[in-house]
Design a protein around this ligand. Structure first.
Ligand SMILES: [Zn+2]
Length: 354
């Protein structure tokens, strides 16, 4: 059983894997600091002191690793929007700048669902997702550099201006693959993304509405998209975003299934609305039903007055007790003691209450 496959199968399976093979959800992290001390299971005086020190550090930054994480949903970034989900380069840049200034650090959807949230103490993770693989998101020039004003170029620009704002995102691709038609060009695009620290997720092969499809039809759409990405990148995608945000009639068909000799088992399945996401360590985390937030300003007489990105960034800023704040240690789950009932019990060994 490989750890990569285990990650894709979700956190519960990852922990089961830990028992079998010694690999952990945080396996790839350079330093794993968790130990008896952090587990709070007796240990020596030294370990108790280390634990107290970690708890004090977590308290100092008001760490809240059971708090909510915004998962932003973007489509095209274009000068002249023609669809409700389009954003202009100026609007997109402004939103990224705001998140950088307010202490957010991008992580990928794969890191989010695996609970591998390595952001500095006091900062807040945000997941940036891009649907439908349009050229407005990524086009490379002759030297393999993202063309100015594409989403990736803007994200990299903002990251250069704001050190610590990590230029990463998850691209939910379909067969459209950024407008590229040959396998060589398609491979170039996906390889570029992976080599530059981006994550590639499945958005199904042909972007069909899964609601109303038979089990076989729905799983075929998902498996074909999965296979396309796996073949072009050599790596299985870890998450799926549902076309139009619509679940198949049995929701778990999207999480785990297959067609022929292709099988998939995702760590998370994302919808297309309307709230920030729960912490992966929280009891509320439901891998088959993860929400995303549409990027849009507050618009009067529109759902966006409450349910789009500007409204939620305002809300999270005004309600810091509800927002995920990191303690800077990827291997602990730190939170104020009174929040203990909200933690999923499988993470108890990593708990750092203060
Ligand atoms: Zn889509």
């Amino acid at each position: 059983m490989s750890c990569r496959k285990v990650g894709a199968a979700g956190l519960a399976a990852a922990l089961a894997c830990a028992a079998l093979t010694g690999c952990m959800p945080w396996e790839d992290e350079p330093e794993k600091k968790i130990g008896a001390a952090a587990k709070g299971q007796g240990g020596t005086t030294d370990q108790a002191a280390v634990r107290r020190e970690k708890a004090a550090r977590a308290a100092k930054v008001k760490a809240n690793e059971l708090g909510q994480i915004p998962v932003m949903m973007y489509h095209r970034v274009v000068d002249k929007p023609t669809a409700p989900d389009d954003r202009t380069p100026g609007q997109f840049r402004k939103e990224l700048e705001r998140m950088a200034v307010e202490g957010y650090v991008p992580i990928t959807a794969a890191e989010y669902v695996r609970g591998r949230i390595g952001v500095p103490a006091g900062r807040h993770p945000v997941v940036l997702t891009f649907d439908d693989a349009s050229p407005a998101q990524l086009t490379l020039d002759g030297t393999g550099t993202p063309v100015p004003n594409t989403a990736v170029a803007i994200l990299q620009e903002v990251a250069r201006k704001h050190p610590g704002f990590r230029p990463t995102a998850t691209f939910y691709v379909t067969r459209d693959l950024f407008g590229k038609t040959t396998p060589e060009e398609q491979t170039q695009m996906l390889t570029w993304l992976r080599e530059n620290g981006f994550d590639v997720g499945n958005h199904t092969y042909g972007h069909r509405n899964l609601l109303g499809l038979s089990k076989k039809e729905a799983m075929t759409e998902i498996a074909k998209g999965h296979e396309l990405i796996a073949e072009l990148t050599g790596t299985d995608p870890v998450t799926l975003a549902l076309p139009y945000g619509n679940q198949p009639s049995t929701t778990t068909w999207a999480l785990k299934g297959g067609m022929g000799d292709v099988s998939y088992a995702y760590g998370g399945v994302f919808r297309a609305g309307y709230t920030p996401g729960p912490s992966p360590f929280s009891k509320d985390f439901d891998p088959v039903n993860l929400p995303r937030i549409r990027s849009m300003d507050k618009v009067k007489k529109d759902d966006c007055a409450r349910f789009c990105s500007t409204a939620w960034l305002d809300w999270l800023k005004a309600n810091p007790g509800e927002r995920y704040t990191s303690d800077g240690d990827v291997a602990t789950v730190a939170y104020a003691k009174f929040k203990a009932p909200f933690m999923a019990s499988r993470f108890t060994p990593y708990a750092l209450p203060y």
